[in-house]
Write a protein that binds this ligand. Sequence first.
Ligand code: KIV
Length: 270
Amino acid sequence: MKAPKVAKVTTHVLHEMKLRGEKISMLTAYDYSMAKILDQTGIDVLLVGDSASNIMAGHKTTLPITLNEMIYHASSVTRGAKRALVVVDLPFGTYQGNSIEALSSAIRIMKESSADAVKLEGGSEIIESVERIISAGIPVMGHLGLTPQSIHKFGTYKVRATDDDEAEKLLSDAKLLSEKGCFSIVLEKIPANLAEKVTKTIKIPVIGIGAGNKVDGQVLVLHDMLGITQKFSPRFLRRYHNLDDEIRLAVEAYIGDVKNMEFPNEKEQY
Ligand code: KIV
């Protein structure tokens, strides 16, 4: 079936894409200028990920980023994105353990950034928060597998759910999130055959990162796929460009022109 062109991607559009077998493309975005470019390419979903903590702020983990900082990034992205569905991560410490606080965090994101949906990490442990947020009419995307906000519990960024117990828990969490009304789930860094099983079992779209290609869509961190970040090189990451090199070359050329008084030239002055 041919995909109808949509003016705005909604959670309903993503559901229909899954039914048609049309793959969903998703990338992270943290600012207005990038969001505008990405939106015009036809990307389906923009994720204002808490990876902004690493990528934009230079922290070692995603834990330090605050709700106010996420709202700042999210409102910049929504000003640039007209078509893509904009999903925003609830940051660490704003939804675990207290569903009322979770709802108030989600409401702040929706009200102050004009985002379309929020994303939460975890399964049964946070299900009360998920239910309460959805009951207020806010679409929720789940996130299972390697959930970076739990890095201190895991102790490593290695692939998750390789043993039967963790795989079983992940599948049951995915079913639970789907039953409770999540519109989609991200599966991060898990075996491809487990991701395929989850995708076939639940009715909502499954977006993978390091989860093979038998899922309903893919997400990457923009700065990783553009080659702006250099040290992060997991097996699942495909680099589509080497922007680190290109930026250095451009800036070095500029420095040279300034030092040699070749910039600005006569046409570039008043
Ligand atoms: O924060 C983020 O960028 C994410 C993606 C890696 C899925 O959650």
